[in-house]
Design a binder for this molecule. Structure first.
Ligand SMILES: C[S@@+](CC[C@H](N)C(=O)[O-])C[C@H]1O[C@@H](n2cnc3c(N)ncnc32)[C@H](O)[C@@H]1O
Length: 219
């Protein structure tokens, strides 16, 4: 597993950064503005379809292996327009909450997909009690300028003991943003146990891959 993670030399950082204009943005303010424009005329969803953005279905297919009980209470962190929620629902999971910091993305979420939909900045402390969820899923949100490694502490805190966190990390930021170190530290402290870690297709048509990781939480 270690070797596989260190094989992340497929592309130089700059090569990936140049793949999509959003990867050039640095601040939350810039990112929100970008999504405000991208969601006009449903363009975000249209692009994801055109680009064959496979991350929601890839992540949900791994999630299913470890969450056989469809009564699992799930938190979709950085839910965007709800593509992951839609995929979860297709597979029989209905107890879903979603959160995102972009109002324009949230506005595109189909009605009644999530039981609760929160506007939350995942780079800050989340105002949920400890051990609120059985499982957390976070797709496409650990990427350039978006959500940073300390968010994993908060996700772990709000996840129950024995629950799991499934997430993607854009390969271009895995080391640059310190996800490699953060995950190693959390494994070393025994709070996370990695069950799956592999390179996923993610947005293959744009030549961008992501690490797909599923960890269980030990408290
Ligand atoms: C590429 S989209 C992925 C959305 C959805 N998970 C999907 O797979 O289609 C990334 C999402 O992360 C959200 N995001 C970025 N920074 C965030 C932050 N600090 N807190 C909460 N959400 C954030 C964006 O608003 C956007 O909806």
């Amino acid at each position: 597993m270690e070797d596989e993670r260190n094989e992340d030399k497929l592309m130089s950082k700059n090569e990936i950064e140049n793949k999509l204009p959003i990867y050039k943005l640095k601040t939350g303010k810039e990112i929100k503005k970008y999504y405000d424009v991208w969601t006009e005329d449903n363009n975000y969803n249209k692009d994801m379809l055109d680009w064959d953005y496979s991350a929601p279905r890839e992540t949900v297919s791994v999630f299913i292996k470890y969450n056989q009980n469809n009564k699992t209470k799930i938190f979709d962190a950085g839910c965007g327009t709800g593509l992951v929620g839609i995929e979860l629902k297709k597979n029989g999971y209905n107890i879903l909450d979603g959160a995102d910091f972009s109002q324009s993305m949230i506005k595109q979420v189909p009605k009644n997909l999530y039981q609760n939909l929160y506007k939350i900045d995942l780079n800050k402390k989340i105002l949920f009690k400890d051990n609120t969820y059985d499982a957390i899923i976070c797709v496409g949100t650990f990427t350039y300028g978006h959500v940073h490694p300390p968010a994993l502490d908060e996700m772990t805190r709000i996840c129950k003991n024995g629950g799991n966190i499934s997430f993607t990390i854009n390969v271009g930021i895995y080391e640059e943003y310190g996800f490699d170190k953060k995950i190693k530290e959390m494994e070393k402290n025994g709070i996370l146990k990695i069950k799956e870690f592999f390179m996923s297709d993610y947005i293959k048509t744009k030549g961008v891959n992501a690490w797909l990781c599923l960890t269980t939480v030990r408290k």
